[in-house]
Design a binder for this molecule. Structure first.
Ligand code: NI
Length: 163
């Protein structure tokens, strides 16, 4: 496993549409392991493959720090409600902005065995699923930001999550 370099806003790779994964290979397994290590090292709650320069439809998400979701070729099949709150991204370090997202999201994806799985979540998990899937189509949360980007202040009580 290795920590990979996280690409930052302005890098063209973050604007591209990613390709579907058609078969699991040792190389993709290694990529997923590296994505997890890179996400945890950066204290993120999610990471998408293009953020490490790979244009494949793979995201990892861990909003609890206990059990990561690995989602291959994910797509959202159901949403409901609305939440408005601060959002950050490991590719836009030190910044956050207010973004409105669905409060409930259901997605289907493949796991590392290429078996279909269903993931549903509310609040932070729902936000993270939307945020990470946007990366796979070349979109950053800043496009949806309501108001200007703010500097993240780590010294207050509110914890900021970067995705
Ligand atoms: Ni992000």
């Amino acid at each position: 496993m290795a920590i990979r370099n996280i690409r930052e806003m302005g890098d063209e790779v973050l604007t591209k549409k990613c390709r579907e994964v058609t078969e699991m290979t040792p190389r993709i397994k290694e990529l997923i392991e590296d994505m997890l290590e890179t996400m945890y090292d950066a204290n993120g709650v999610g990471l998408a493959a293009p953020q490490v320069g790979i244009l494949k439809r793979i995201v990892v998400i861990d909003t609890t720090g206990e059990d990561p979701y690995i989602l291959i070729n994910p797509r959202i099949v159901e949403t409901s409600g609305e939440q408005t709150g601060n959002e950050g991204c490991l590719s836009v370090p030190g910044k956050c902005a207010v973004v409105t997202r669905p409060n409930y999201v259901k997605a289907v994806a493949l796991d590392v065995s290429m078996k279909e799985i269903e993931v549903e979540g509310t609040e932070l998990l729902a936000r993270a699923i939307c945020h990470e899937l946007d990366h796979l189509d070349g979109h950053l949360y800043v496009e949806k930001a309501e108001g200007p980007l703010q500097d993240v202040h780590y010294d207050d009580d509110e914890e900021e999550e970067e995705e």
